[in-house]
Design a protein around this ligand. Structure first.
Ligand SMILES: [Zn+2]
Length: 94
């Protein structure tokens, strides 16, 4: 799990990488509740990592618990800035 003493951006990045790396659970257990489950029966957005949408939401909520609204607004500003820079650096398609 992400370390809550890290910066908000680090927490967000770590959480995303952790979930992405758990897309296929190597031991067949849910990353949240640790129960053995069949991904075909999961309604989670990452069915390889979580047994249910409820477990997925709980896991993400716990991972983001230390973030504030101000943190989210700063991250949004940085993402907007990055997207603007990316768009201006990308040549228009012909
Ligand atoms: Zn679960």
């Amino acid at each position: 799990m992400p370390n809550p003493k890290k910066s908000p951006a680090q927490i967000l990045t770590e959480l995303g990488l952790y979930i992405a790396s758990k897309n296929t659970s190597p031991d067949g257990r849910c990353a949240s509740c640790r129960v053995v489950f069949d991904p075909a029966n999961s309604d989670a957005k990452f069915p390889g990592a979580f047994c249910s949408l409820q477990c997925e939401r709980r896991f993400i909520q716990e991972g983001l618990r230390s973030l504030t609204v101000e943190d989210c607004m700063q991250i949004q500003k940085r993402l907007d800035s990055l997207l603007t820079q990316t768009k201006s650096a990308t040549p228009d398609p012909l």
